[in-house]
Design a protein around this ligand. Structure first.
Ligand SMILES: C[S@@+](CC[C@H](N)C(=O)[O-])C[C@H]1O[C@@H](n2cnc3c(N)ncnc32)[C@H](O)[C@@H]1O
Length: 286
């Protein structure tokens, strides 16, 4: 069985060897930094992308676009990973892109920065030069609640890919994903709270919040809120095929024999497991 649903699986989220910082408070904290610490693991995600590429194409990709990039954590890591790698990050929010830009000098050298392009725009209306791989992570495309919107997005992604391109996206589900519940996770000097605040079984709509709590009792409530439709894997696969992808495959997470939780390794699979919470990757193969 896997762990409870949250924005990333436990196995990949923990930062090993880091000392807890008990001095964090709501007032002194930056929600984008806390978000990255809570739900992002760009190194692990790029390992998964590389593994998918080797499986499907026998090589790794060089050019990528990170849709809904937010702080562009994966795009930043991508240009660091290999000297030939290029990345384009697309996000609607000026604020989050400015946050990312303000940190680039500390994180990337000049050559790496030259290979990273950040574009403020709507993923539905921001055509880019063809890239080998396009990513839509942390379920961001769930914001498209109508089939027609998902289809429009998937078609535009297909158009944005090179001839042998791969579209890699993630999805979450499991019996707990249909429940209104919260999950707390203690991290470095703060607690991450995943709040599945609302689920409507008729529309499939969910409202999820991320809150942060601190050792001094202060809180940042609703640091992030997501109004999504909880799409299922068969629906997403059908939409990928309808959008013109030649094939749509699912990568399912393996199970750690000792803990019986997800082991952070995803492999192509035709059947899954009816667990309480899972995160899967899908690949739209052009
Ligand atoms: C859940 S965050 C994902 C951030 C990051 N991709 C990750 O994996 O954690 C969703 C991001 O999508 C952006 N966004 C929402 N609608 C968008 C759209 N139509 N086009 C581009 N970005 C959009 C938001 O500004 C936000 O930064």
């Amino acid at each position: 069985m896997h762990t409870l649903v949250s924005l990333m699986p436990t196995t990949t989220r923990k930062r090993k060897g880091k000392k807890a910082d008990d001095h964090r408070t709501a007032k002194g904290s930056d929600i984008h930094e806390l978000y990255e610490l809570s739900v992002q693991d760009p190194v692990g995600e790029i390992d998964t992308i590389d593994r998918i590429w080797k499986d499907q194409r026998g090589r790794t990709a060089g050019s990528m676009r990170e849709d809904f990039c937010g702080t562009a954590a994966v795009a930043r890591e991508w240009v660091k990973k290999r000297p030939g790698n290029t990345a384009v990050g697309v996000d609607l929010s000026t604020e989050v892109l400015d946050w990312c830009r303000a940190r680039l000098d500390d994180q990337l050298d000049a050559a790496q920065q030259d290979r990273l392009t950040l574009i403020e725009g709507d993923v539905l209306a921001t055509p880019t030069d063809p890239v080998e791989t396009i990513l839509a992570f942390n379920f961001s495309y769930f914001l498209f609640k109508q089939r027609s919107q998902v289809l429009e997005y998937f078609r535009s992604v297909r158009d944005g890919l090179a001839e042998d391109g791969l579209f890699i996206l993630d999805a979450y589900g499991g019996s707990d994903s249909f429940l209104e519940m919260t999950e707390d996770r203690d991290l470095d000097g703060f607690t991450y709270v995943w709040d599945q605040n609302h689920y409507d079984p008729i529309s499939g709509d969910v409202i999820n919040h991320i809150h942060f709590k601190f050792p001094d009792g202060t809180k940042i409530k609703k640091a992030f809120t997501y109004h999504w439709r909880l799409w299922t894997l068969p629906e997403i696969q059908e939409l990928l095929l309808e959008a013109g992808f030649r094939n749509a495959v699912v990568y399912w997470e393996g199970t750690d024999e000792d803990t019986e939780e997800g082991n952070g390794e995803w492999t192509e699979a035709d059947t899954g497991e009816a667990c309480e919470g899972w995160i899967a990757y899908l690949v739209g193969i052009k």
